[in-house]
Design a protein around this ligand. Structure first.
Ligand code: ACM
Length: 532
């Protein structure tokens, strides 16, 4: 029985063609609509749920053609957040929204003074009164988070890239908000299928709305090597020349990668590059015969099997190769973390795996970075700064508990909950199902702080939602798998557990639907969510 719902069709039928035509005309009109009659404010439907939000009944702030965005005097970073906000609001409102230094009770103010100490490094306070909107934080990252909340207090059509009719009323509210976890990640696999710089930027903008602050890029795998390495140019020339299914693949030049990292940083997102080692390396092995134990380069691979490749553990050239790659990646990456993979090294024995990691972990440190790795890499007992990423399908994981006892703090990406490439149900055409079907409630309904048996909350650094791309070839397909589950995982990373409530979450999620429509996000209209 088909379970898919068509949220748009009902409204279309009810309106009828004549009224629909009128609305289209209205939307195309160039008149700047001042709020003639007060419109009902947007009900509070903030995702991720804030720590505290006190509505002010009857209060709204109306954005008008005269609204200015005031930013903390002397702060270039606050000004950048102001420009970002103006960039979101200008196309749909048609307002000029000048960004000017200063503090004013009127208009919108983004200030780095006076915030409650509880907001910490990434939180904010937001006040919407009749006179204006004031966001206060201790950092630009906090202002940026507050701006994401403000967007959700405005009508959904504010997200449109074309001029819409107002009024532009923001719901009156007083918010105090800060994150539960420091690591709130999304991972995109650009190796199985390549995604262009513009496609990755599009995803960055989408995840930033939900206060995600890490983008883990899975840059290398059996099917493709996607980052230019100047000292080993054949990695991309040959190893980047195809992808799953035999398409043309692609890669980022170092300049393009720098541009992506800077774009993410402007959204307060740290890029964590992954070079997957010692398995998942067929593209590298195919590019350089000398990296193979038998000196013979295998052909490029365009299938979706895993666990068949390994760098040659006993060759010196392997460590020269890894050192060169990590040096270049570290130099291109301002963030603290380098992810060295370590998963599914099924043709590498445990002693060889440990021998390999014992040589590679010091290279990460030598290049000034902290190592992240898939959970298998704890076999090599990396030091306490290293970040294991748990992707298991069980809630019992003695290796994670032992790593935590040694001081490692763990990122949770349980495949049965957080893997955005799992099919929603038996009707989902895209995606895989080896970890089971994962509809929105499954993705939402778990507590990262109490998920792995005997792993204390204090050992959890955060959560991350990986999106593997064996079956995904473009942004529309990425969006179909990520939305609405990415916001569910993002909420687990940000919101206090005391706010956790599926019945309320699905209502708040439903309110995102019109925003995604206005943005052109190709989300999956899960029948579990009461879309409006
Ligand atoms: C993984 O899914 N192999 C990390």
């Amino acid at each position: 029985m088909p379970r898919r719902v068509e949220p748009t069709s009902r409204a279309g039928r009810l309106l009828g063609p004549a009224l629909a035509a009128l609305l289209v005309l209205g939307a195309a009109s160039t008149a700047v609509a001042e709020p003639a009659a007060p419109e009902k404010p947007v009900p509070l439907s903030i995702v991720p749920a804030p720590v505290k939000a006190a509505p002010k009944p009857g209060v709204t702030y109306s954005l008008t053609g005269g609204t200015r965005i005031h930013t903390q005097p002397g702060s270039r970073e606050a000004k950048q957040v102001g420009e970002y906000l103006a960039g979101v609001l200008r196309p749909s409102t048609g307002f000029r929204l000048p960004v000017v230094p200063g503090a004013s009770g009127r208009g919108i103010s983004l200030l780095l003074t006076g915030a409650d100490h509880r907001v910490g490094k990434e939180g904010y306070q937001l006040d919407v009164t009749r006179r204006g909107v004031v966001i206060r934080a201790r950092t630009a990252a906090g202002l940026f988070a507050g701006v994401q909340t403000l967007r959700q207090l405005l009508p959904a059509k504010v997200e449109s890239k074309t001029r819409q009719r107002g009024p532009w009323n923001a719901t009156g509210v007083s918010v105090l908000d800060y994150p539960r976890y420091e690591h709130r990640g999304a991972m995109l696999d650009v190796a199985r299928h390549f995604f262009s710089v513009d496609e990755v930027k599009r995803y960055i903008d989408q995840i930033a709305q939900y206060k995600v602050n890490r983008l883990h890029l899975h840059l290398t795998d059996d099917q493709g090597w996607r980052l230019e390495i100047k000292s080993w140019p054949n990695l991309t020339k040959h190893g980047g020349s195809t992808e799953v299914g035999g398409g043309p693949g692609g890669f980022y030049t170092q300049d393009q990668y720098r541009d992506l990292v800077a774009y993410a940083a402007s959204r307060h997102i740290e890029v964590i590059p992954e070079i997957d080692l010692p398995g998942h390396t067929n593209a590298a092995l195919s590019s350089y015969a000398e990296l193979n134990c038998d000196g013979v380069a295998p052909p490029l691979y365009t299938g979706i099997e895993v666990g068949f490749s390994s760098l040659c553990i006993d060759k010196d050239i392997t460590y020269k190769f890894v050192d060169d790659v990590l040096r270049e990646v570290a130099a291109l990456t301002p963030g603290k973390h380098l992810h060295i993979g370590g998963d599914e090294a099924l043709v590498t024995t445990d002693p060889d795996f440990i021998k390999f990691m014992d040589k590679v972990l010091p290279l990460v440190r030598k290049h000034g970075k902290v190592a992240s790795g898939w959970h298998e890499f704890v076999k090599a007992t990396p030091d306490a700064s290293a970040v294991p990423q748990f992707w298991g399908t069980k809630t019992v994981a003695a290796d994670m508990v032992a790593a935590a006892a040694r001081g490692n703090r763990i990122v949770l990406s349980p495949a049965t909950k957080a893997y955005l490439d799992m099919k929603y149900d038996e009707n989902t055409k895209l995606g895989l199902k080896w970890a089971g079907y994962t509809d929105v409630e499954d993705a939402y309904d778990w507590n990262p702080g109490a998920y792995v048996q005997d792993l204390p909350e204090s050992a959890v650094r955060g959560v991350e939602a990986p999106l593997w791309s064996e079956t995904l070839t473009n942004s529309a397909e990425v969006e179909y798998m990520a939305f609405p589950r990415l916001p569910a995982i993002a909420e687990l990373g940000w919101s206090p557990w005391s706010t956790h409530d599926w019945a309320k979450f699905k209502e708040r999620l439903a309110a995102q639907g019109p925003r995604w429509k206005a943005q052109g996000v190709n989300f999956y209209p899960s029948p579990q969510v009461p879309w409006k």
